[in-house]
Ligand binder design. Structure first.
Ligand SMILES: NC(=O)c1ccc[n+]([C@@H]2O[C@H](COP(=O)([O-])OP(=O)(O)OC[C@H]3O[C@@H](n4cnc5c(N)ncnc54)[C@H](O)[C@@H]3O)[C@@H](O)[C@H]2O)c1
Length: 334
């Protein structure tokens, strides 16, 4: 078993092991509520619930729409209907959507209850579950309502990825490529050559993210580098009503940020190797308008993350009019 200790806001551990789900060894004297979605295969839900004596399972619809105030309200009502109190422990069993939703419920129910995160997508393992950010979307933008509320622990069994569709794997790879671009040029080579096992890639990506969140738990400076590709990516995601996957949108955001820079050829080659190649035919004025809704907007300026070298990023605060210069007229794909 690999254990990564994280020391940011709270101290908690990430456990990584093939077959970890077979033997979770959770405290069986507690009441648990598993929150999952309709897309998570039943076999994983049964595997977890069958190891607990006092457990109920709440299943929401798969998809970003469930990360909403309406679903939040519904689940709070369900917790009350089941007489769940402050000693209850929630278990997020799903991708990043379920982690964000469950963590946000945990952060507010009785002013904060325990939760455990069992991520079941690659993106949630290497990115969303790490760092304590939990959130809901509004109808206008993503992750507008949120908190910093790390779980008790994160339990990763890479075997659950055996049921994950290829497209969803791509979302996780987009985040691994992103973190390699901003922090570890050698890891970019590893990803390009596909030279490590998936377990090792997951563990390394978690350790890289650990560095950022321990430096800057509340996202005030260096942690913002993790938004590389995301300012444009989130805007595309929202503009096209989640018709394109998060990974494709982030990959496209990365392509735009490295367009006509010395980093473009190599980074696009790595994105291509993971099939992150959708061309998103955006309308430039509309895209700029959506970017300005982004949570990183400060007064009338926007923060964007640029590469200063392979494995190094910088934050640039730009005027909205300067966005014109960053966004090509039409799609870019190398
Ligand atoms: N909190 C953070 O720091 C952070 C960081 C990055 C992303 N996020 C959030 O994460 C979300 C995206 O996460 P995601 O990409 O995991 O998407 P997701 O949670 O929507 O999951 C994608 C799909 O995979 C299905 N699924 C999950 N596990 C599966 C499995 N093992 N086998 C088969 N299908 C499975 C789900 O049902 C869903 O249909 C977004 O809401 C994003 O905002 C949060």
């Amino acid at each position: 078993m690999i254990t990564v200790m994280i020391n940011a806001i709270n101290t908690y551990e990430v456990f990584i092991k093939q077959t970890l789900l077979e033997h979770l060894a959770l405290d069986d004297t507690r009441d648990y509520v598993i929150i999952t979605d309709t897309g998570v295969p039943k076999q994983w839900v049964t595997k977890v619930s069958s190891q607990l004596s006092n457990v109920v399972v709440f299943t929401v619809n798969a998809g970003e729409e469930s990360k909403s105030l309406a679903v939040y309200q519904h689940l709070i009502a369900e917790l009350q209907a089941h007489s769940m109190d402050k000693s209850t422990c929630l278990i997020a069993l799903g991708g990043g959507m379920i982690g964000d939703l469950t963590g946000f419920i945990a952060s507010t129910y009785y002013r904060g209850i325990d939760w455990i995160n069992i991520p079941t997508t690659l993106l949630a393992m290497v990115d969303a579950s790490i760092g304590g950010k939990v959130a809901l979307n509004t109808t206008v933008s993503k992750n507008v309502i949120g908190a910093f509320y790390p779980p008790l622990k994160i339990m990763i069994d890479p075997l659950v990825l055996s049921t994950l569709p290829e497209k969803e794997m791509g979302n996780g790879y987009a985040e691994m490529i992103k973190i390699a671009c901003i922090k570890d040029a050698e890891f970019l080579t590893v990803l390009e050559r596909k030279s490590w096992s998936l377990n090792d890639q997951i563990t390394h990506a978690i350790k890289l993210k650990k560095w950022f969140i321990e430096q800057d738990p509340y996202d005030l400076n260096v942690r913002k580098h993790l938004n590389f590709g995301h300012t444009v990516g989130h805007a595309l995601e929202h503009l096209y009503q989640y018709q394109y996957s998060h990974g494709q949108c982030v990959a496209y955001g990365i392509r735009i940020m490295v367009h006509k820079t010395p980093f473009e050829t190599r980074i696009c080659r790595v994105l291509n190797a993971y099939n992150l190649i959708d061309v998103i035919a955006y309308d430039k004025p509309q895209l700029i308008k959506q970017i300005m809704h982004d949570k990183k907007k400060q007064k009338n300026a926007i923060e964007i993350i640029e590469l200063s070298d392979f494995g190094q990023a910088i934050i640039r605060l730009i005027d909205p009019s300067a966005l014109e210069h960053y966004i090509p007229e039409k799609g870019v794909l190398l």
